[in-house]
Structure formats: structure tokens, C-alpha cells
Design a protein around this ligand. Structure first.
Ligand SMILES: [Mg+2]
Length: 206
């Protein structure tokens, strides 16, 4: 009786099979969940190479641009010439450039005021709730916005959670702020994986 009882419970090959199956299931759930929220709508080498026609085609009226390493280096306290040119170029197409950053008030407001654009700071990317509240306050419809940023783990994930279109860009300069350096540990393999799976679509091919 004892043998029969334990024989039923400790059927090792059955147990191993079940563990393998559940591990595989968990892996699949994790991958699907992870990837969906990490996939950008489009990819660009830089925010500065995207032309206005891309935005107007999509009905975009607001470009929500990340600041550090998307518009400029985190060391640039004031906007560079190309940032001014971008703002003007978009304005001519009826598109407003708005800075959306996780960085603190002073850093973002100094830069944004010099550039003459509105800004949202301490947005809490990759989470979407703060961004959505701030956009609602400004009466900005998310269908009319597009998020552009250099990090999958913050910018793109936040945009996807908020159901806003997004463009992933490459870093504008090599160096990052300390907090960003930590994020890059996750960002680099994610980018590699997105590339490998052909999930980085150039904005020109949209
Ligand atoms: Mg950035």
C-alpha cells in the first residue's frame, strides 16, 4: 500500500515534465508581456532626422520629446542650434514640441524656457499615470501626440502603457547621467532583441 501510495505521488518523470511545462509557460508569458510594451511604433537615428510629413501623416499635433540624450546631452544646460531649428520646423507644420522628462524641475524648465516650449518634468516614465494626468490638464489628446525618446525602458514603455505612439532614437552623445547608466543595462539587451526580431521599423517605412 505504501509503495502504491508513494509510487503515485513521486512519479519523478511526470513531475519533471510538469515543471518543464510550467517553466516554458512562464517564459512565454513573460516574453509576450515584456515585448509588447517595449516595441516602439518606429525607430529613428535621431529626433532631428524625422521630417514633418511623418507627423502630419499620422495626425500628430504634439511631439512629446524626451530631453536627455534625445534632444541634447544631459550636460547641455541650454538648447543647441538644432533644437531651435527643430522647434521652428515643426511649428511651421502646426506641430508643437513639448519636452517630457523624468528629470527635475530646474533642469527641464531652464532648458525648455530657453527653447520657448512647454514642458512636463518628473513624469515618472516608464509609468503612464502622471503623464496621462498632465496631458489631460493641458487638453492634449493622446491620439494627437507622439513620444520620442532614447530609452526603451522609460520612454517607449511609458508611451505604450499610455497608448501613445512612440519613436525610439539612438543616443545623441555617448555619455549618460548616472541613473540612465543603470537603465542602459536593461536597454541594451532589449534593443538587441528588438533588432533581432525586426521590430525596429525605420520611420521612413511607416
Ligand atoms: Mg533620455
Amino acid at each position: 500500500m505504501l509503495k502504491r501510495h508513494f509510487g503515485g505521488v513521486f512519479n519523478t518523470s511526470k513531475i519533471i515534465g510538469k515543471i518543464r511545462k510550467s517553466k516554458l509557460l512562464l517564459k512565454n508569458i513573460y516574453n509576450i508581456g515584456m515585448l509588447k510594451v517595449r516595441i516602439p511604433f518606429a525607430h529613428a537615428k535621431s529626433i532631428y532626422e524625422i521630417d514633418g510629413a511623418f507627423f502630419t501623416k499620422l495626425g500628430v499635433k504634439y511631439v512629446l520629446a524626451d530631453l536627455d540624450n534625445t534632444l541634447d546631452s544631459y550636460r547641455a544646460k541650454l538648447p543647441t542650434k538644432q533644437a531651435f531649428e527643430l522647434k521652428e520646423r515643426l511649428a511651421k507644420e502646426g506641430i508643437e514640441l513639448i519636452i517630457v522628462s523624468n528629470n527635475t524641475g530646474n533642469r527641464v524648465s531652464t532648458y525648455a524656457n530657453a527653447l520657448g516650449v512647454r514642458h512636463l518634468n518628473s513624469v515618472g516614465k516608464p509609468f503612464a499615470s502622471k503623464l496621462l494626468k498632465k496631458l489631460a490638464k493641458l487638453n492634449i489628446k493622446k491620439e494627437e501626440a507622439i513620444m520620442i525618446g532614447d530609452q526603451v525602458v522609460t520612454d517607449i514603455t511609458c508611451a505604450n502603457r499610455a497608448k501613445i505612439k512612440s519613436v525610439l532614437t539612438d543616443k545623441i552623445v555617448k555619455e549618460d547621467q548616472i541613473t540612465t547608466r543603470f537603465n542602459r543595462l536593461f536597454d541594451r539587451p532589449l534593443r538587441r532583441s528588438l533588432k533581432k526580431k525586426n521590430l525596429l521599423v525605420d520611420w521612413r517605412n511607416i
